[in-house]
Design a protein around this ligand. Structure first.
Ligand code: ACM
Ligand code: ZN
Length: 747
């Protein structure tokens, strides 16, 4: 029997072409298997198909997934006379020594998945699920399914293929996490890195310290509402078990010694100063961290970890370690005493001591620690795994010291980044093995992770942040594209869109969905707006009345001519699914259009907009301060004088400012507008005071409108008084604040 099996496997290996040869007419698979041979004909999956006496553990899962994807309720039978059979087989002497490896053989009569382990059978099943046509998944009404005949032999390149979900900044429901576990399984990921604690929320129930969730799981939003949520230990057990049944390890991340404001709000005695603290409602890096000088801090953290260890049976616990400001430790007598007593070099040494002390404890419980690359500073804890996020230096340094590494450089894997800056092509170009890594150290690279930080990604936006770029990383981690053939990959991404639609995944754009160019014709007095699509197959639709574009709005086919004051909104769709970030342009045909503007203070060259006259060019900035329309002033007031060239009746002067506190851009304290006939004597000064809270986390646009009763004037002076320095509560406290202005409308 064994010999027969070996012969079968050998013939399979010999008959299966390499991936490159098969690239002309590829199967709709992501990640693409190592070896694929396409054959003529189809296997017909129908209610007549039987599952043969296969491995029980994964069978229930298989049947339930087939039901979801096709609507078919298959039966298990042992008869061998059936015309249509699916068979899963564990073969201990499988040709490939990797428990995730598998072979999949689809002929007209049978589907056979063979693997050395259940895990390989599970990965092979995902390949089979991907071969079910999207049209079947969309209907899942029990219709027969054509599965193309093929032979596949496959194994992963990297053994760590993860997704980090930050459920601290924004909470994700238990059902949503389970949905993502299924999505991860489908694309052959095997790690869910669950970021459970951070400054803005503590999301894991700890029975010994109930205030962590009573206080730490909730934050007051600037509008007065309360935001939050947490996972009970029961929820966590359910999620961990769900993931386990899908061969996914859940790695919890409990942040220390920084990113812990929510914890300190609940138990301020673990800080250097003693608090009190609130769970912050703003983003950034906070100076208050766990006190490394108090033994009670370690007692507290060990008790927390004792509960964490019980909940997560996996080998790994992530303890963060990133972005730890040393200000409090420098001023804390206890922390300084610790440095002195232990003869540490400085506060970096203290951070290293902190991580080592926790790491030793976790090692004693049979766990390995993972930390972000900052844990390298001051010396690595023995056996610690480094997750390299700041470029690749952390990976190089850790591997040189013989430590294992997970590569997640922000440049290629932080999928919260706008696709404008990290697009599908960039994600696909990622190689977890750094270019400069010596060959004999490559063994230390376990793999990589896609990361989703959620400051700007509440649950309902997660799909569109992750997709389609997660497809690229799935292939990078599993298939390791050698001479990256992006165009070939992209042809499979195009096929994958129907599959994503059928499975209800609300993907976003591959790259900057749409951009625009404008020009103004001085003679005809009209603007021309040209829209430039960033990817194929986009339908571009627009409105001119301020309403949100939808699939029934005007279709863009040629440049749009604008000769009156309107609000132009443009959005991109693909097969009726909204994908594109909207362009929102206000055109104003006002009295200042093409007047002269003299600026008293100079704007910052990085945010010059169109230069000196940009503020009266008839186009108002969008809600993206980088759109090239906003003018930015760093730590300075705005002061400008408009010369209308002749005396003009004025009823309104409306300069617009933008606030984006997370980007250090604040509203002016107030705006003063005054008029003059001669450019020397100004009269009728009006002061419009700001009413937008500085802590508002959103991007806010505000018109500071001065109203006049048909005053006559030639010159208009506008002064926006900057707050100059970021306020004390802000991560940029004391540093220059930005003031952003675009378009001063005169009516
Ligand atoms: C990180 O992005 N602070 C790990
Ligand atoms: Zn301290």
């Amino acid at each position: 029997m064994k010999i027969l099996l070996l012969v079968f496997l050998l013939s399979l290996i010999l008959s299966v072409n390499s991936g490159t040869e098969a690239q002309t007419n590829n199967l709709p698979l992501i990640p693409y298997p190592e070896r694929v041979k396409q054959l003529d004909g189809n296997f017909i999956l129908s209610s007549k198909t039987y599952i043969k006496n296969s491995n029980k553990k994964i069978l229930d899962y298989f049947l339930s997934q087939i039901k979801i994807f096709t609507g078919l309720q298959l039966e298990i039978k042992n008869e061998s006379d059936s015309k249509s059979i699916i068979f899963f087989r564990i073969e201990k002497h499988f040709s490939v020594k990797n428990k995730e490896a598998y072979s999949l053989s689809v002929t007209r009569k049978e589907i056979v998945i063979t693997a050395p382990d259940e895990e390989g059978l599970f990965r092979g099943m995902q390949t089979l699920f991907q071969l079910i046509p999207a049209s079947i998944k969309a209907e899942h009404d029990g219709s027969p399914v054509n599965i193309p005949c093929c032979k596949i032999l496959d194994e992963p390149k990297f053994k760590w293929r993860g997704l980090m979900l930050d459920c601290a900044r924004h909470f994700m429901s238990v059902d949503f996490i389970k949905r993502y576990i299924d999505i991860l399984a489908y694309y052959k990921f095997n790690v869910l890195h669950w970021h459970l604690t951070d400054d803005q929320g503590w999301r894991i129930e700890i029975k010994k310290y109930p205030k962590l969730t009573q206080i730490g799981a909730w934050r007051k939003e600037p509008d007065g509402s309360t935001y939050g949520g947490y996972y009970t230990q029961k929820d966590i057990k359910e999620i961990v078990a769900y993931a386990k049944s899908r061969f996914i390890t859940v790695v919890p991340e409990i942040e220390m010694p920084g990113h812990c404001m929510a914890s300190l709000a609940a138990y301020p005695e673990n800080s250097c100063t003693g608090g009190p603290f609130e769970v912050p409602d703003t983003w950034g890096v906070f100076k208050d961290v766990y006190c490394a000088g108090r033994d009670s801090t370690f007692y507290f953290l060990k008790n927390i970890l004792n509960e964490v260890i019980k909940l997560f049976p996996g080998k790994y616990i992530h303890i963060g370690g990133d972005e730890v400001p040393k200000d409090r430790w420098k001023a804390c007598p206890r922390c300084q005493a610790r440095i002195k007593t232990l003869g540490l070099k400085n506060e970096d040494g203290l951070q290293s001591y902190f991580i080592k002390r926790i790491s030793n404890y976790l090692n004693s419980k049979g766990k390995h620690v993972i930390g972000w690359d900052e844990i390298l500073k001051g010396g690595l804890a023995p056996g610690a795994i480094v997750e390299s996020w700041q470029g690749t230096q952390g990976a190089l340094d850790a591997a040189a010291q013989g430590h294992y590494v997970i590569c997640s450089p922000a440049s290629h894997t932080y999928l919260d980044a706008d696709p404008e800056n990290l697009d599908l092509r960039i994600a696909y170009s990622f190689n977890p093995i750094p270019k400069d890594l010596p060959a004999d150290e490559q063994k230390y690279i376990l793999g990589g992770e896609a990361c989703l930080w959620t400051e700007r990604a509440p649950q309902e936006t997660v799909d569109r942040k992750l997709f389609p770029r997660l497809l690229a990383l799935s292939e990078v981690f599993w298939s390791d594209p050698q001479d990256s053939n992006f165009d070939e990959f992209h042809s499979r991404v195009e096929m994958a869109y129907d599959d994503l639609n059928a499975r209800g995944i609300q993907y976003g754009p591959e790259t900057k969905a749409i951009s625009f160019k404008t020009s103004f014709d001085e003679v005809k007095k009209e603007f021309t707006v040209t829209i430039i699509p960033g990817q194929k197959d986009l339908e571009i639709r627009y409105t001119e009345d301020g309403s949100e574009p939808d699939t029934l709005s005007s279709l863009y086919t040629s440049p749009i001519i604008i000769n009156k004051t309107i609000n132009l909104k443009v959005a991109a769709f693909r097969k009726n699914v909204y994908v594109g970030k909207e362009i929102n342009l206000s055109f104003v045909f006002d009295k200042a259009l093409n007047a002269n503007l003299t600026l008293i203070n100079k704007y910052d060259e990085r945010y010059r907009a169109g230069g000196p006259n940009a503020l009266i060019d008839g186009i108002r900035g969008t809600d993206n301060f980088r759109d090239g329309l906003w003018q930015g002033y760093s730590g300075e007031d705005f002061e400008g004088i408009i010369d209308l060239k002749k005396e003009t009746e004025i009823s309104k002067v409306s300069p617009r400012f933008l606030q984006d506190a997370g980007s250090w851009i604040f509203m002016p304290k107030d705006v003063k507008v005054s008029l003059s006939k001669d450019g020397k004597n100004y009269f009728d000064e009006k002061t419009i005071t700001n009413d937008v809270p500085q802590k508002n986390p959103d991007v806010v646009l505000k018109d500071f409108t001065a109203e006049y009763k048909n005053q006559k004037a030639r010159y208009i002076k506008v002064i926006g008084e900057s707050i100059k320095k970021c306020p004390p509560w802000h991560p940029g406290a004391g540093q220059d604040a930005w003031l952003f202005i675009d378009e001063i409308v005169v009516e």
